[in-house]
Design a protein around this ligand. Structure first.
Ligand code: SF4
Ligand code: SF4
Length: 449
């Protein structure tokens, strides 16, 4: 194994927040089903899905309840068997109301044709088209958080090709350990999934990028790959945000994706480890995406854990499973401490893009008083995208959207490194997100005219 000094990393910026991987040694547990699941109709970037069930319908696990609304969209499935109780707008993890299908849980009966055994399947003799159809039907989206429909990433635009498939096993967010446990416990499934993607992308090379704080997972995958060719494991320096798509490409293959461009421009396609295991299950087992691995953690949580959870399970059910909300809890974060957002309700459901629930103690979650910018440039030094966060904050605060656009606000990956380093405690990312939302609206309007 390389020494820490010689490990690869990305070129610009980066920080070293405390890791706090409290649940790293907790094996994945199956969370019992809740009494009700609330499944947001649309859980993907792109076009909304369309509801195809009605109140009172009986549904099975894996049944499509909302169909993809276009090519850049994804099916949504029931994660339980039971009866559709209501179809209403409910508050989700974003704090906004969204169309949601609530199902009364009555059992765990699956649709026909799903292989529920744990036996590893390495080949079914399927054609590329058949494999792609299974991925589309299963509603697979990026499980690293972006929830971009996976089949779209597997369909490079005309004239572009994938030279290297990059597998994101970085999990650089402090506290989160779901991907770490997945690599340790389902490495064989991951490798079959990687081979499926290499075949679909017609790529002869795959690189698995893993931060060097997960040495057991690195060792495990290296052992599993001993007799394989074309797939390599690259241990990476522990540096946040190593798991950002452009940062990972830079760290693993040394290429820079230009501003506003996609990874395919440099011959790369990136998928998260969780997504690839979900693709394995879709192709080799016929399993739709109805569950995912999620970390539930926090310094005051009695037993930080990693659970296999059905989509639509309320966050409150996960918190009960780790001993309940500790006295003095401040915030409950959906995601990790760097990129996650505080939940407004514990009734919010787990969705395809949920990676962790972090319970912060009241003392941890207090925002320190913000003072005036001291022009120290620490935010610039830490930004992995080479932006000027102090300026973006000003344009966001003043709603000067053209200026924010000129300063490339849309390149911001919302990693939070700037806010983390700011000695003036300025909520830089909050204002930058505001600016991004405004510029996004402006660009959509512009494209219509
Ligand atoms: S949140 Fe955006 S502006 Fe701030 S450091 Fe990350 S990429 Fe740069
Ligand atoms: S880190 Fe904070 S104080 Fe320093 S320049 Fe940036 S915004 Fe100003």
């Amino acid at each position: 194994m390389k020494s820490a000094k010689s490990l690869s990393s990305f070129r610009l910026g980066g920080i070293h927040p405390p890791e706090n991987k409290l649940s790293a040694t907790s094996p994945i547990l199956d969370l019992p089903l809740p009494a009700l699941v609330t499944i947001p109709v649309t859980q993907n970037l792109g076009a909304p899905a369309k509801v195809i069930v009605k109140k009172g319908d009986a549904v099975l696990v894996g049944q499509i309840i909302a169909a993809a609304g276009g090519f850049v969209s994804a099916n949504t499935h029931s994660s339980v068997s039971g009866t559709v109780a209501k179809i209403t707008d409910e508050v989700d993890s974003s704090g906004y109301k969204r169309p949601t299908i609530t199902i009364k849980v009555e059992g765990d009966d699956w649709i026909e044709g799903v292989d529920l055994s744990d036996a590893l399947v390495t080949d079914l003799g399927l054609t590329n088209q058949e494999m792609m159809e299974r991925i589309v039907t299963a509603g697979i989206v990026g499980l690293g958080g972006a929830a971009f429909p996976s089949h779209v990433k597997l369909t490079p635009p005309k004239g572009k090709s994938c030279d290297v498939l990059i597998i994101n096993g970085v999990e650089c967010e402090p506290y989160l350990t779901a991907d770490h446990r997945l690599m340790l416990e389902q490495g064989a499934e991951l490798i079959v999934g990687i081979k499926i993607l290499m075949q679909l992308l017609n790529s002869s090379r795959a690189v698995i990028g893993i931060e060097n704080n997960k040495r057991d997972a690195i060792k495990q995958l290296e052992q599993l790959l001993e007799s394989e060719s074309g797939i390599e494991v690259t241990p990476l320096k522990v540096q946040y945000p190593q798991g950002g798509e452009k940062q990972l490409i830079n760290a693993t293959i040394g290429k820079e994706v230009p501003a506003g461009a996609l990874p395919i421009e440099v011959g790369a396609v990136v998928h998260n480890v969780g997504t690839i295991v979900a693709i394995y299950h879709a192709v080799m087992k016929g399993r739709p995406l109805v569950e995912r691995i999620i970390t539930v953690t926090g310094k005051k949580i009695t037993k930080p854990a990693n659970f296999r959870v059905r989509i639509g399970t309320p966050v409150s059910h996960l918190i009960e499973a780790v001993g309940g909300l500790p006295m003095g809890s401040g915030k409950v974060i959906n995601g990790g401490p760097m990129m996650g957002r505080a939940l407004t309700t514990l009734d919010a459901p787990v969705v395809k893009g949920s990676s962790g629930i972090l319970v912060m103690d009241g003392s941890e979650s207090i925002r320190r008083e913000a003072v005036a910018c001291i022009r120290c440039a620490k935010c610039i030094d830490s930004c992995p995208m080479g932006l000027a966060p102090y300026l973006l904050k000003i344009w966001g605060e003043r709603s000067e959207l053209e200026r924010a656009e000129d300063e490339l606000v849309m390149d911001c990956i919302e990693c939070g490194s700037c806010s983390f380093t700011c000695p003036a405690n300025l909520p830089l990312l909050d204002y930058i997100r505001l600016a991004k939302q405004g510029v996004g609206r402006m660009l959509r309007e512009r494209s219509k005219s």
